[in-house]
Design a protein around this ligand. Structure first.
Ligand code: AMP
Length: 156
C-alpha cells in the first residue's frame, strides 16, 4: 500500500519510536524509507536574539553538526535491519520545520509521514512550537504519530 515512507527524526524518544515503526512498516510493505532532519536557523533569528552578539556562522555550523549527528545516530540504530534507510538533512531559516518536512515529502513523492508526538524540548521548541502540530495541520498526506515509550511501564 505504501511505497515511500518519510520519517521525521529529531533524536528524541518519540522520534526513535517513530523510526522503528516506520522501519517495520517499510519492511512489511516493501516501501522505500527516508529519514529527514530539519536544521532550523530560524531559532537564531528570534526577535530577542541580538545578532550583533552572536557568531552566527559558528552557531549555524554547530546546528548543522548536531543535525548530521541525529541522522547518523538514526542510521546506525537501524543498520542491522533489512530495509535500507536513506537520510536527508534539510535546512530552513523560515522558523518552520513542519513546512520543510512537508516540502520534502512532496518533492520525494512520499505517501506516508511518520513522526513522534513530542520532540526535543528547550529553546527551539519554546520558540517554534510543535512540529508535529504544524505537519498535521498542513498535510495532505496520511500521518502516523507515535508517542514515546510509556514511562509507567518501564518504571519497575
Ligand atoms: P514536536 O511536535 O516539536 O514536539 O515534535 C514532534 C516530532 O516531530 C518529533 O518526534 C519528530 O518526529 C519531529 N520533529 C521535530 N523536530 C524536527 C526536526 N527539526 N526535524 C525533523 N523532525 C522533527
Amino acid at each position: 500500500m505504501y511505497q515511500r515512507i518519510l520519517v521525521a527524526v529529531d533524536g528524541s524518544a518519540p522520534s526513535d519510536r517513530a523510526l522503528r515503526e516506520a522501519l517495520r512498516l517499510a519492511g512489511d510493505q516493501g516501501a522505500a524509507l527516508r529519514a529527514v532532519h530539519v536544521v532550523d536557523f530560524g531559532v537564531l533569528l528570534a526577535s530577542w536574539s541580538d545578532a550583533a552578539l552572536l557568531d552566527i556562522e559558528r552557531l549555524e555550523d554547530s546546528l548543522r553538526e548536531s543535525g548530521a549527528a541525529i541522522l547518523e545516530a538514526a542510521r546506525s540504530s537501524v543498520e542491522d535491519a533489512s530495509v535500507p534507510l536513506e537520510t536527508v538533512l534539510l535546512e530552513t531559516d523560515a522558523g518552520d520545520p513542519a513546512r520543510a518536512i512537508l516540502d520534502e515529502a512532496q518533492r520525494w513523492g512520499a505517501d506516508l509521514i511518520v513522526m513522534g508526538t513530542h520532540g526535543r524540548r528547550g529553546l527551539t521548541h519554546l520558540l517554534l512550537g510543535s512540529v508535529a502540530e504544524g505537519v498535521v495541520h498542513a498535510s495532505w498526506l496520511p500521518i502516523l504519530l507515535l508517542r514515546g515509550a510509556d514511562r509507567r511501564r518501564t518504571a519497575f
